[in-house]
Design a protein around this ligand. Structure first.
Ligand code: PMP
Ligand code: GLN
Length: 384
């Protein structure tokens, strides 16, 4: 393994899912639903396979039907207008979109200011692109995590090329407010920065929280690469259909990198997701309501088991603190959890440059059946 990747071994998600399998534990670690997405979307994929649509290399930027559906979704939901031919790119999941964006837009040595704790592929993708990550840490504040705008501003130097934003935020569940986004936008314009914004949890927001795409703020459309994914919105994480929407020259740059990573993305699933994106609002509203209920089910269960719970406004994750158990090391706690009570979770410490910053934080997912969540929280009560 070369020096750029030396610090990145097996991802925590693979490690912890393997532990769940090996121990027969309930897996509340890796974020994937245990119920597949809509039947009609699955049928659309089967139809495409049978009818021979997408079984050979589809067009590099993605099939026109899907690019049109993505552009239609951005316009309908957010009033953002993108040309399906030049301003939309289909990728192999959001993961490839992140890697391709950074590989395309960074020069070696460029600094990337990223929210921390961060989704683990950010650090690896920045490293592969030869960039330097500069974390801005979200900190617990009144029961949830918040961004300190002064810290963000102070992190930007003359070497900063790009801000890497994620809202709704994995793993904290924070949804950036309009005021926070406005401050980010102002900073990006003032310092002439590009912004890559990972919005894969755009539809998973609860209570009063609202997802506001960064690209909708003044001065942002021309400097923002927005990343989405069908995995989270439609519960098909195994299909690996993601996308990028941005101004033409940015999409053209990202497409250049994508061509040499995967060339194209798998065909039949693209036809199915094109149909999924046109589902009525009732689908999105129903999915959100269901998850909100599950959030409360898991949150109540974790509190009853003795965890300190940070209330998420979005995503399908809950970050907790294990200090009430007299525990300090999230990684050791998560390694031991299957044996102690048959549950798997993710230590947030691996999402920080300084693991001490997240030393006592543990993340649980609630995208599981109600009976599974009830059984898991019942088992966690044994920790007390
Ligand atoms: N970004 C974030 C914040 C995520 O949590 C995930 C995990 N699904 C991804 C990107 C990757 O998405 P995909 O599975 O579409 O590659
Ligand atoms: N995004 C999901 C999570 O955070 C899964 C990611 C992965 O397995 N790479 O759990």
């Amino acid at each position: 393994l070369n020096r750029r990747l030396a610090e990145f071994g097996t991802t925590i998600f693979a490690e912890m899912s393997a532990l769940a399998t090996a121990t027969g534990s309930i897996n509340l670690g890796q974020g994937f639903p245990d119920t597949d997405g809509p039947e009609e979307v699955r049928e659309a994929a089967v139809r495409a396979l049978r009818e021979g649509r997408g079984n050979q290399y589809p067009p590099g930027p993605g099939i026109p039907e899907l690019r049109t559906a993505i552009a239609g979704h951005q316009l309908r939901r957010y009033g953002l207008s993108y040309d399906p031919d030049t301003e939309v790119l289909v990728t192999a999941g959001a993961t490839e979109a992140i890697a391709a964006s950074l590989l395309a837009l960074l020069e070696p040595g460029d600094e990337v200011v990223a929210l921390e704790p961060y989704y683990d592929s950010y650090a690896a993708s920045i490293a592969m692109a030869g960039g330097r990550r500069v974390p801005v840490t979200l900190r617990p504040d009144g029961g949830s995590f918040r961004l300190d705008l002064d810290e963000l501003r102070a992190a930007v130097t003359d070497a900063t090329r790009l801000l890497l934003i994620n809202t709704p935020h994995n793993p904290t569940g924070t949804v950036l407010t309009r005021a926070e986004l406005a401050a980010i936008a102002e900073l990006a314009v003032e310092r002439d920065l590009l912004v890559v914004t990972d919005e894969v949890y755009e539809h998973l927001v609860f209570d009063e929280a609202e997802h506001i795409p960064l690209a909708t703020l003044p001065g942002m459309r021309e400097r923002t690469v927005t990343i989405g994914s069908a995995g989270k919105t439609f519960s098909f994480t195994g299909w690996k259909v993601g996308w990028v929407t941005a101004d033409g020259p940015l999409v053209s740059a990202v497409r250049t990198a994508k061509q040499y990573l995967t060339y194209v993305s798998a065909g039949p699933f693209q036809y199915a997701i094109a149909e999924a994106l046109r589902l009525p609002d009732a689908y999105f509203d129903g999915f959100r309501a269901d998850l909100r209920r599950k959030r409360d089910l898991l949150g109540d269960g974790l509190r009853a088991a003795g965890f300190e719970v940070y209330q998420p406004q979005g995503t399908y994750f809950i970050t907790t603190d294990i200090t009430p158990f007299g525990e300090k090391d999230a990684y050791a706690f998560c390694r031991a959890l299957p044996e102690r009570c048959g549950v798997v979770a993710i230590p947030n410490s691996v999402f920080y440059d300084d693991p001490d910053a997240g030393r006592s934080q543990v993340r649980f997912t609630f995208c599981k059946r109600d009976d599974v969540l009830a059984e898991a929280t019942g088992r966690l009560r044994r920790l007390a």
